[in-house]
Structures are given as structure tokens and as C-alpha cells.
Design a protein around this ligand. Sequence first.
Ligand code: UTP
Length: 467
Amino acid sequence: MADEQQIRDRYASAGQSHVFDYYDSLNVDEKEKLLSQLDEIQVERLDSLLKSALEQESAGTSDADIKPFGGPVGRTTDEKLVADCSKVGMEAIAKGQVAALVLAGGQGTRLGYDGPKGMYDIGLPSKKSLFQLMAERIKRLETLAGDNNVIVPFYIMTSPLNHAETEKFWESHNYFGLGKENVSFFSQGMLPCMKDDGKIIMETAGEVAMAPDGNGGIYPSMVSSGALADMEKRGVKYLHVFSIDNALIKPADPVFMGYCINQGSDCGNKVCWKVDAAESVGVVATRSGKPCIVEYSEISKEMAESVDEDGRLVYGAGNICNHFYTIAFIKDKIIPNLGNLYHIARKKIKYYDGEKKETITPSANTGLKLETFIFDVFPFSENMAVLDVDRSMEFAPVKNKPGSPADSPDTARELISAMSKTFVTAAGGKLTGDESGICEVSPLTSYSGEGMEEIVQGRKIICPFSL
Ligand code: UTP
């Protein structure tokens, strides 16, 4: 670590020497902690990151440059497409060319759970956490793809706020059978919170207010943590990245992988078509001819409501944070072009009041955080693939508190139960008993409905069941 004077000099030249305002009131340990925190922050970068984010904010957005995606869209309603893609995806998995990565660095404030979201139990009879559901689906996929030697390496992006707890959880569950050597953890970055004038906010007398840099923090941290190098070393060519909060996620989904591979795509997005024009979700479109995600608020009502000759919403490819990349695209296109992709998020950032000698939580958004989104790199793609999937089988977001009408643990649990019942009936089983009870097919039994015939065909299955 640099010495105190060197750190003071760095902060003085960056116009941030106020971080030392309360330094003299700290005890020895607190001083040491603050110096170590300050030493880690790249204070020299902040000014230019903020300037470009503020410029982008004041330029605002116009819908003039926004056009529909225009490229081909695959749909999983096409059974032949699904079968062809699944075969190609499975072959890539069997060759060890596919890895999965979950974005688990968020703070999950809406859910209100005091811990990493992946540890959350949505109330299934099995009490499996979101992490366990994912791990078991990967395990099942490895078995389906071949003999015992097939590995789908799993990478977990945490944040410094939840890294240790996440790792401990996986260790205590023996990595859910995936093997310690095949599960890697790396942390996204954090950036100091600032005021509009760019001054760093102190949360206490001896601590800078820090916030995770958004899920777009994945790219620089894949490099700095060595995760990208590890993928290359293992011979991984294709990466599936998804959010932590989809209870129906199909990690390393062979259909999606195969679809993107068949298209020769560098990058791909799995989407759920919007149910109606008013659904407030970002959609795949183009801006100035480049693929991107446009937020609901960025397009006019007329655009949002426009439909094609089949009556389908033109701006309907709803983003569900479910992405494909070739490793070559990440290395050659994303990493060299990261530049300044940061946006401003105005928040109620706690700050230290030197006169009252206490930390205050403001009632208005008086502070700002800088963050990037994972899809900010889509414009670098030259051949973006879009696959539209069945929402009821693939998307069960866990965003809001239990009891909320939408996107809650309760709705996700119901969706898993409904999918489990579909697995049974599609395989020729007959449901009896209390069908309103929560039913569950373990991911270790079936990844996407396969293998159910042997268990249920021609049989009466009493609900609620656990298979
Ligand atoms: P959300 O936008 O839902 O944010 O993240 P969140 O932090 O989980 O939840 P709220 O808004 O506080 O309630 C979408 C995905 O991106 C990840 C999340 O973990 C989730 O998988 N994410 C988000 C990160 O990995 N890092 C971040 O800094 C933000």
C-alpha cells in the first residue's frame, strides 16, 4: 500500500482532498482502513467517467435514431429449429466449449432479503435456493451431454458486498455436486458515490460511500479476476450469461447456444416477446443502425404499439437479461472498446454530517452512482442473434417482496409448479389430487422435460408431487 502522503497527493491532484476532512478524528485502525480504501480507488479516473456520463445524460435520448431490430428472430415454437439447435448446442457442451456465468452482484433491494439473492429460498417444497436450482440444472445438463467427463464451468460474479458470504454458501453445500474446481467466483468492481459536482461522498468519517458499478462491471472484472483467461485455458468458446433472479433459468441452454452458434453470431439475446405494448421492459432494437436495448421510456407510444403483418409488436423483443457471447467477441470487441460506458443513477446516498457527527440518510436523490449495463456492449456486435422463447417455461423473475402481485417469490414458485405439471402431462402422465398444491420436478430429474416418460407415462400422478 502507498504511504499516507502519496495517497493524500493523489487525492489532492484529483480535487478530492476533502476525504481527509475527518481523518484526525479517527483512531489508528480507522485511519488504516480509510487509507487502504482510498489506496484501492482509482480516483484519477473519476473525473472523466463522470464527465462523459453527465454529457450523455444531458444529451438525453431521442427516438429518431431508433429502428426495429430487423434481423432474423428464431422462435422456440418452431419444433424443428429447437431440435436442430439443441443438437448443435449439446455437441458444443459435450466438447467442453460452453460455460455459464451468473450475475449475482446486485443488491436485490426490492426483494428485501438480507443476503445474496442466490441464497434465497422461494418456498418450493424442496427449499432449494436459486443457486441450487441453477447448479442442479447444470449438473443434469452435464449428464445429458455425455459421460461423466462433461463439464460446464460455472462462474459466479459477486460484488465486494456479498462475495465472502456467497463463497461460503457454496462451500458449505459442497458446490452442489459441481466440483469445487468447476465453480469460480469473481467480484465486480465498486465505484465511489459522488455529488453532482463530482465530489466523493463520505458515508462515515472514515469510509467512502461505495456502490457496485452495475452488471456491466462483468467485462473489466472478467479480465482482472482471470475468469476470462480461465475460460480460454479450458477451451471454452461460448458463454451464457444470465441474471440471478430467474427461477426458470436454463443455464448453458443447448437450444439457445445452438441457435447462436448456427447463426454464426458473436452475441445473442434470449427474449420473451412483450405481452402488450404497455409492458415496461427494455427491448432489442437498433440505434443508428447498431443493435441495442432500448428502454420502454425511450420510445414513443406509437412506436411501442406498432405491429407487423402478423400482428406482433415490432418493438416486442423483451430483454430478460439472458445473453450469449463468443469468447472471441468478448476479447476482441468488448474489452478493447469498453471506454466510458457509464450512466448516472441518482440515489439516496447516505452521507456523513461533520457537524452532527453522524451519518444521514437523505430523503431525496442527492447523490449519484456510476454504473454500466451488461447490454451496453450490444452495439459492438456485428451479427446479433435473437431467440424468442416461451415465457411460461423460461422466465420467472424474483424481483419483489413475497406477497407482491408480480415478479415475486410466490409467482416464481407457481411458475415452477406449472412447468413441473407440464413436464408430467407432456410425457403422458395424468394429474390427480390437489392440483393447486406446489408441484416440483427436480432439475436433477429433468432439465427441460426430457426423461419424464420413464417416470410418468400412463400413470396417475397425485398432486402436489415432488419428482
Ligand atoms: P437488477 O437490475 O434486478 O438489480 O439486476 P438488483 O440489484 O438485483 O435488484 P434491485 O434493483 O436492487 O432490487 C439484474 C441482474 O444484474 C445483477 C443482479 O444480481 C441481477 O442478476 N447485478 C445488478 C449485478 O450483478 N451487479 C450490479 O451492480 C447490479
